[in-house]
Design a protein around this ligand. Structure first.
Ligand code: SF4
Ligand code: SF4
Length: 134
């Protein structure tokens, strides 16, 4: 009898946290509730509200400091979003976390809506996708 080993990799979704503006677009468009908006924590504990509860690599974890280029691009944009706010007010603010990445159906809606171009998806074959703002 021959045995065939198949490397099964589950879907995963994580955020490059320093680039997240808190626009809520991902949270709003995802049909399967992959994302949750968490607070940006405190200076002593950036993860106090679970901002790092997805599988982002260390270089993409939230350490309390946003990416300078993203802040420059979005910090003063008046589009109704409370960019870079500490916490979500239900419409914007806080930081996105891919808490339910295994449910992703790869509809790609979040990938074209992400202001920070900071959503990373790895599908079940290992193929990587990254958001590009339309
Ligand atoms: S690609 Fe996945 S994470 Fe993004 S909106 Fe679609 S189901 Fe949600
Ligand atoms: S769409 Fe992108 S920038 Fe906006 S909250 Fe989601 S991850 Fe952050």
């Amino acid at each position: 009898m021959r045995l065939f080993l198949i490397n099964v990799i589950g879907m995963d979704v994580y955020i490059d946290k320093p680039k997240c503006t808190g626009c809520h677009h991902c949270f709003d468009v995802c049909p399967v509730a992959v994302f949750e908006m968490r607070g940006r924590g405190t200076s002593g504990n950036p993860d106090a509200d679970g901002a790092n509860k997805d599988n982002a690599p260390d270089s993409m974890k939230w350490t309390g400091k946003s990416d300078d280029q993203i802040v420059q691009k979005w910090g003063n944009v008046k589009d109704g979003h409370n960019h870079f706010a500490e916490k979500s007010d239900g419409k914007s603010g806080g930081i996105s976390v891919g808490v339910n990445g295994s449910s992703c159906i790869l509809c790609q809606a979040c990938l074209i809506e992400c202001e920070g171009e900071c959503i990373h998806i790895i599908d079940d074959t290992g193929t990587k996708y990254q958001s590009i703002y339309k």
